[in-house]
Write a protein that binds this ligand. Structure first.
Ligand code: NAD
Length: 499
């Protein structure tokens, strides 16, 4: 049991509040650390110092700022194992999955190494007679990142790298469930040459978040988490005149057409549905086979794959497929939803409740659950479960399957498995979801594209990372310039009498 600290002005700082949150080891159920929950006064002090540090950082030319990212990227690679271990210890995901978490964040740092190109602005000479126009992208000042528990490296990196390389200072408030990785990243940024105060990592809960939202110096808020909190933060930030992009929850559907390669589809469903115990915003949680025969054949392929899944701690060896849920409360919530599915008439072909692992009886593990014949009125369909639960909704036609996806309140990711290019193109063009996979179950775009959902999966404008991130973290100033006739048109060079 140890005390976690804030990271202020380039050094660890103990919290001054008397409130703490417990950080569990999800595999054993034990409390392994306490994290301080910052007061509003602590947030305000961190913001003030960040505002001072930001002035010098914004005046550092973009190439030098990018060089910090180059070193940062190399240091992340050097410390990959250490970062992954810190993630697995607090989150419970397997080590290869934790490395993927770091890797997908690192890829955004790599794009930030070329940030000067993104910060150039635009120019036009002779836009009018003798009139030149140019636009600049200037940093906002102090910005904030508020991040969820499930990707302790990737999402803080999606926030901090583009914000900082654009010349801003950042207050990062990571999840109080998985706080350590952000601190290790802050250490690495300092080693890479980032001036003290440009990144402040402050832990906290609603009190700290509200203080960020109400602080007049904070210019923008980037949030990732559940939909109700995303909507709340978006509303309060906007009321206070801040830029906000708030990414929320998901219910991602995968349509399986009758012509699909069902072995590939079954592999994809099991990997994306149960990987990381289903605690991914891009997890596929709803399988939508088209036609009864497709559904029956798919079910036959899914069951043995689900039965083979190995659930265990991250220290349990290379063949562990997924680990525990994040907290006992999260496990209870998912168990409650599974019970509701059975009560409401879904067919549980695999039921993960009551799963127990020798030596880890108090861990937050759940076995894989698979529901067939789920209908849209059931709670297990309507709610984001965020656990190792896959629901199958059988649909009679492609149009009905598409309609189901379209009517869902969430629009983060979706996928179609088919051998028919025409169906795939039609789906990609018409579906009202932000990220689409074609024979690809978790379509998280590469870092030079952008990431963002539609409908209740995102509030605000502009996506995360890629070109949108540089737009979000800078404001545009446009200059229109005209020079009147100067000395080239007739300067007088002889000595003139004064009379
Ligand atoms: P969460 O909403 O509980 O917490 C996210 C952040 O908000 C944390 O930093 C937390 O401290 C803070 N917070 C929690 N309650 C708050 C309150 N009442 N007021 C102010 N701040 C508050 O989410 P989580 O459980 O950490 O993460 C899981 C959720 O995140 C899922 O819904 C998942 O789909 C979503 N998610 C979305 C994306 C995406 O890009 N769309 C990515 C990852 C996770």
């Amino acid at each position: 049991m140890h005390d976690i600290k804030h990271w202020i002005d380039g050094a660890y700082a103990a919290g001054t509040s008397d409130r703490h949150s417990e950080v569990f080891n999800p595999a054993t159920g034990e409390v392994q650390a306490r994290v301080p929950l910052a007061t509003a006064a602590e947030i305000d002090a961190a913001v003030d110092r960040a505002a001072e540090a930001q002035v010098g950082w914004a005046a550092t030319n973009p190439q030098r700022r990018a060089r910090v990212m180059m070193k940062f990227g190399a240091l992340i690679q050097r410390d990959m194992d250490k970062l992954a271990e810190a993630i697995s210890r607090e989150h419970g995901k397997t080590l290869p999955d934790a490395k993927g978490d770091v890797q997908r964040g690192l890829e955004v740092v790599e794009v930030c190494m070329g940030a000067p190109h993104m910060l150039k602005g635009e120019a036009m000479t002779d836009g009018g007679p003798g009139i030149d126009l140019y636009s600049m992208r200037q940093p906002l000042g102090v910005v904030a990142g508020i991040t969820p528990f499930n990707f302790p490296a990737m999402i803080p990196l999606w926030k901090m790298a583009p914000a900082i390389v654009s010349g801003n200072a950042m207050i990062l408030k990571p999840s109080e469930r998985t706080p350590t990785c952000s601190l290790l990243l802050a250490e690495l940024l300092k080693e890479a040459g980032l001036p003290d105060g440009v990144l402040q990592v402050v832990h906290g809960d609603k009190e700290a978040v509200d203080a960020i939202l109400d602080n007049e110096t904070v210019q923008a808020v980037g949030f990732v988490g559940s939909t109700p909190i995303a909507q709340y933060i978006y509303g309060r930030a906007a009321t206070n005149g801040k830029r906000a992009q708030c990414f929320g929850g998901a219910k991602n559907h995968m349509i399986i057409m009758p012509d699909a390669d069902l072995d590939k589809a079954a592999d994809a469903l099991v990997g994306s549905g149960y990987g990381a115990a289903g605690e991914r915003c891009m997890a596929i949680s709803v399988a939508v086979p088209v036609g009864e025969e497709t559904a029956d054949r798919l079910t036959e392929k899914l069951i043995p794959r689900i039965e083979k899944l190995k659930v265990g701690p991250y220290t349990g060896g290379d063949d562990v497929d997924y680990g525990p849920l994040i907290t006992g409360a999260a496990k209870e919530r998912v168990e409650g939803l599974i019970s509701s599915g059975i009560d409401q008439g879904a067919e549980a072909l695999a039921d993960g409740r009551g799963f127990s692992l020798q030596g880890y009886e108090n861990g937050f593990f759940l076995g894989p659950t698979f529901f067939d014949r789920v209908t849209p009125d059931m709670d297990i369909y309507r709610e984001e479960i965020f656990g190792p639960v896959l629901s199958q909704v059988r649909m009679g036609s492609y149009e009905d399957a598409l309609d189901l996806v379209m009517k869902n309140q969430y629009g983060n990711g979706t996928a179609i498995f088919t051998r028919d290019g025409d169906a795939a193109r039609d789906f990609a063009a018409r579906v009202n979801v932000g990220m689409v996979g074609i024979n690809f179950p978790i379509p998280v775009p590469l870092s030079y594209f952008t990431f963002g959902g539609w409908k209740k999966s995102a509030f605000g404008d502009l996506n995360q990372y890629g070109p949108d991130a540089f737009r979000f973290y800078t404001r545009t100033k446009t200059v229109t310039a005209r020079w009147f006739s100067g000395i080239k048109d007739g300067g007088e060079f002889h000595f003139k009498a004064m009379d």
